[in-house]
Design a protein around this ligand. Structure first.
Ligand code: AR6
Length: 189
């Protein structure tokens, strides 16, 4: 595939905002918007399992058996192989669900990004691509997610991490534009 369309970058180019399909990202690890079963679903989760193949599901089953028999709690993250994907690894994280008329759980959304970045760093992975966690089936308002996501990523990167590149992947340009309008990174470029 060609280079992703980069709409903007922040923090000296360490953070890129792109429009595209998360499963096509040529990075060390992509993040999956999983549910607590880790056994697949729709949206990003469905696409990752469909394109990555059965190796990923088998690794998820093993994690359920050995570490999380009751399911992966919201905000936590686990690492598996990337199967047939161009990314060598997948980090599966479970975002918060926002009920209709309920206040979104910013703390849990931040935990997803923080824990995913920590896992990547611990595994020596240098580039990571995130989809817009929780903003699909789980109902987190995208304009409310943007400041939480940008603040969390900036705080991890400025504290020092071996992760060199963070790509935020939006499925369409309108979603990316909403993020750009509501993000709060302190430096562009
Ligand atoms: N590439 C990039 N972004 C995508 C893609 C893709 N291939 N597909 C969808 N999006 P969602 P959630 C966008 O629903 O809200 C699953 O069934 C989408 O437009 O994937 O965390 C799981 O099993 C939206 O902006 O994740 C869970 O049960 C964003 O990715 C539940 O959905 C997230 O949408 C998780 O819901």
């Amino acid at each position: 595939m060609g280079q992703p369309k980069i709409l903007a970058s922040y923090l000296s180019g360490k953070v890129q905002i792109v429009v595209g399909d998360i499963t096509q990202q040529n990075v060390d690890v992509i993040v999956n918007t999983a549910n607590s079963t880790l056994l697949g679903g729709g949206g990003v989760d469905g696409a990752i399992h469909a394109k990555g193949g059965p190796e990923i599901l088998e690794a998820c089953r093993e994690i359920r058996r050995t570490r999380f028999p009751k399911g992966l709690p919201t905000g936590e993250a686990v690492l598996t192989v990337g199967g047939q994907l161009s990314a060598r690894h997948v980090i599966h994280t479970v975002g918060p669900i926002t009920g209709i008329g309920k206040e979104p759980d910013a703390k849990m959304l931040a935990e997803c990004y923080r824990n995913s970045l920590a896992l990547a760093a611990n595994d020596g992975l240098r580039s990571i691509a995130f989809p817009a966690i929780s903003t699909g089936a789980y109902g987190y308002p995208p304009e409310r997610a943007a400041p939480v996501v940008s603040e969390t990523i900036e705080s991890v990167l400025s504290a020092g991490t071996p992760v060199e590149q963070v790509r935020l992947v939006f499925f369409n340009e309108a979603d990316a534009r909403t993020f750009l309008k509501h993000q709060s990174f302190t430096t562009t470029g």
